[in-house]
Design a binder for this molecule. Structure first.
Ligand SMILES: Nc1ncnc2c1ncn2[C@@H]1O[C@H](COP(=O)(O)OP(=O)(O)OP(=O)(O)O)[C@@H](O)[C@H]1O
Length: 722
């Protein structure tokens, strides 16, 4: 926003700038106070931990000159009865207080800030005035007032005039670098989701660019504020489709002052063995089918056998016998309870030992717990447990199932058809489990097996992004990581591009064990201009006829150009021209093509002297603290980086150049100012399945913030050519 003389001299602007400066000084003082604290733990180790905590806090208190300390102000009415009658507050990313402890800026997540996001002309929530601030490079350049109460007519006029200019500018701004927070402009329907209580699981269906990812990340930040101890103890996790996506979103939470949230891809979540093979889509789909859970459960529990003999425990000069039928009774009793398989082994040993102890007591002895533990660990008891309730190893069991038609049939007989069973069997079984080359779907099965043996620890909250792509078995893997916690499920059925996708939110939620979750829909598109979204939506009747066409709140941009080339040579020539033109405008440029075509396109551009980054290029080396230091040091280093002005460039790595070549399979969740899509036909065909191909194309066509150019020499898919 350019500074003009009128603004510079406006007394209100001057007063607000003074408050900004005073707040900055207060934040500096808070940081200095923290740095002056001496960590004094009881031991060297606890002093070290305290030191790291202080460093982390000091890092979180760094003032980034380019990030406004506050973006809004709330003036509560002096006449209306409310908790904050007559008071006013500045709303920002974090709480700042003065030397007396009085708030200079309140945290956007605090209850007092709620009205900033929710008050409307119809419901003022006690406000007399809501003020938004516009900034340019950290300098306060604009004020926008929205009066309520007696001046409600003006409020209505404000809405009729198209709402906030500052909001418009934020939505229309060019995109560069990683994803940014939307804390200054969260919309009421988004805020409802962000502030939902910790116990509530929510599923958000939304068209491309409706802010699902942004909302999910802000919800984690909110939950950390509202339930910090519980989330810290239990842990919070964001699950995304791939590393590139996680890299794109990783700055959002640190920018909101939150560095304690783990982020993982689904594959990383179930990291039970390295993935060393791929497989046919039909087999992967079957391995992702929920019936596999039944097959695996049966395969595990089939290990339980009738106790062969009575067992004899010798203690000193006495011998104690436990008959086989009594061991069988213990087994039956345990199976009637919801015990995990491995825990059951330990419990069986204890129960047998208890039988021995009962006999000892009957004989007049008075054994204690130590004796019971010693008996449970004795060789005869261990032998009896190993025979009737043998140890199971997930990899060995899966290896046996996929190698032996008999073993598989025993577990899958009436669950999978014979043909399905055949498709699961390896044509050349590896010699051992260690030699097996597992696929991504196999590793999910290994994770299911591991959970059948030992209960997986639950986190306090899990956000699953692009959840429409997950198989039933992957959803179960997520589910066991939030059995006692809640989930935020984000996705768009129209963007499901995996053959194993479940296809319906209610089914997905059942697999997640959260059938009671609310399904919310976000409909306002903040990314894709109307003209472009309408073009992409031509595909909707074919890919998700039940979904309403997406809308767009964006007014600017919207350049859509479909360029037909005569042949491949003409396509290359035009591509170079288009890319040169795009480089002449501001913002990021994503050139998206079928994965297999990208190398060739990269070479053609290089030949024309146009360098381009690759989204799937190798990760840059970790920062030195991450490479050599402890996890805690790395966290602090992370926070410092997040608070540094250079964060954007540092975080984006090799893809930080303006022009990025994006394989179509990695485009999901990302956005670029200008998008150039090369050969939509090839992108769709690369999927082998017509429906999934069109969905992939829909994803690709909905990445543009300002301009979309579609370049093709081959005919466009018929659904698009309408
Ligand atoms: N309230 C808002 N104010 C400003 N910008 C917003 C708002 N909500 C979303 N956006 C912006 O819209 C863009 C799209 O958001 P986001 O990536 O979260 O959408 P999405 O629904 O996850 O999209 P996709 O389905 O393509 O993954 C981002 O640049 C985000 O910052």
């Amino acid at each position: 926003m350019p500074e003009n003389g009128a603004i510079a001299q406006d007394p209100q602007v001057t007063a607000e700038r003074e408050h900004l400066e005073a707040s900055r000084a207060a934040l500096r003082a808070m940081r200095e106070d923290t740095l002056a604290l001496k960590a004094q733990g009881g031991t060297g180790w606890s002093t070290e931990v305290l030191n790291l905590a202080l460093q982390a806090r000091a890092a979180a208190l760094v003032d980034r000159p380019d990030v406004p300390l506050f973006f809004g102000r709330l003036d509560y009415s002096a006449e209306e009865e409310s908790e904050f009658t007559g008071e006013h507050f500045y709303v920002g990313r974090r709480h700042v207080h003065d030397a007396h402890g009085d708030p200079m800026v309140v945290d956007w997540r605090a209850p007092v800030s709620l009205a900033f996001y929710r008050a409307s002309a119809k419901q003022s929530m006690g406000l007399a005035l809501r003020r938004r601030f516009g900034f340019s490079g950290g300098v306060l350049t604009a004020i926008e007032d929205e009066p309520f109460g007696d001046a409600a007519r003006d409020g209505a006029a404000h809405e009729a005039a198209g709402g906030s200019q500052i909001l418009r500018q934020e939505i229309e701004r060019p995109r560069t670098g990683p994803m940014r927070d939307i804390v200054a402009t969260i919309q009421p329907e988004q805020d409802e989701i962000v502030r939902a209580d910790l116990g509530t699981s929510i599923c958000v269906q939304g068209a491309p660019g409706t802010g699902k990812t942004a909302v999910g990340l802000h919800r984690v930040a909110f939950l950390l504020y509202a339930h910090r101890e519980r989330i810290k103890r239990g842990g919070a996790l964001v699950v995304g489709p791939n590393r590139q996506f996680l890299k794109y979103i990783e700055q959002v939470l640190p920018a909101l002052g939150e560095i304690d949230v783990a982020q993982a891809t689904v594959d990383e979540l179930v990291d039970r063995a390295p993935v060393r093979a791929t497989e046919d889509g039909a087999v992967a789909r079957l391995k992702g089918d929920v019936r596999m859970a039944e097959v695996l459960a049966r395969a595990v529990w089939a290990h339980i056998a009738e106790p062969a003999d009575s067992l004899l425990v010798v203690r000193g000069s006495r011998r104690w016998r436990v008959p086989a039928y009594e061991v069988a009774e213990h087994i039956e009793a345990l199976r009637g309870r919801d015990v995990r398989y491995s825990a059951g082994r330990t419990m069986l040993a204890q129960r047998i030992a208890h039988s021995v102890l009962t006999r000892m007591e009957e004989a007049g002895e008075s054994p204690d717990d130590r004796v019971q533990n010693a008996v449970a660990r004795s060789q005869p008891v261990r032998k009896a447990v190993d025979q009737a309730w043998p140890a199971v190893d997930p990899a060995k069991l899966l290896h046996a199932l996929f190698s032996s038609p008999e073993r598989l049939a025993a577990a899958a007989g009436d669950v999978l058809t014979e043909e399905e069973q055949r498709s699961l069997l390896w044509t050349k079984p590896p010699r051992s489990a260690g030699a097996a080359r597992w696929t991504a779907a196999d590793v999910v099965l290994l994770d299911e097996l591991a959970d059948l043996l030992e209960r997986t620890a639950s986190l306090a909250h899990v956000v699953v992004d692009e959840a429409q792509d997950l198989s039933a078995m992957q959803l179960r893997a997520v589910s066991r990581r939030c059995t006692t916690g809640s989930v935020t499920v984000l996705g768009d059925i129209a963007q499901a591009t995996t053959p194993w996708a479940t296809g319906s939110w209610s089914i997905a939620l059942e697999h997640l064990g959260k059938a009671e979750a609310h399904i919310e829909e976000l409909t306002q598109g903040f990314r894709v201009p109307r003209q472009i979204i309408e073009y992409a939506a031509r595909l909707l009747p074919s890919i998700a006829p039940e979904l309403a066409p997406p809308t767009s709140v964006r007014q600017q941009g919207g350049g859509l150009e479909v360029v037909g080339a005569k042949d491949d040579a003409d396509l290359t020539r035009r591509l170079v021209e288009i890319v040169r033109g795009a480089l002449g405008d501001e913002g990021s440029i994503g050139l998206i093509a079928a994965d297999a075509d990208l190398d060739r396109i990269g070479r053609s551009l290089a030949k024309a002297g146009i360098p381009a980054g690759r989204l799937d290029a190798e990760e840059p080396a970790a920062s030195s603290a991450e490479a050599t230091g402890s996890a805690a040091e790395a966290e602090v280093a992370h926070a410092v980086v997040a608070n540094a002005a250079a964060a954007d460039a540092a975080a984006a790595g090799p893809e930080s150049g303006r022009l990025v070549l994006v394989p179509a399979t990695l485009a999901k969740g990302l956005e670029y100012d200008q998008v150039i899509v090369v050969e939509p036909g090839a992108i769709a065909e690369a999927e082998h399945d017509a429906l999934l191909g069109l969905r992939r194309l829909y994803v690709v066509l909905t990445r543009a913030v300002t301009r979309l150019t579609v370049l093709h020499a081959r005919p466009l898919p018929a659904e698009l050519a309408v």
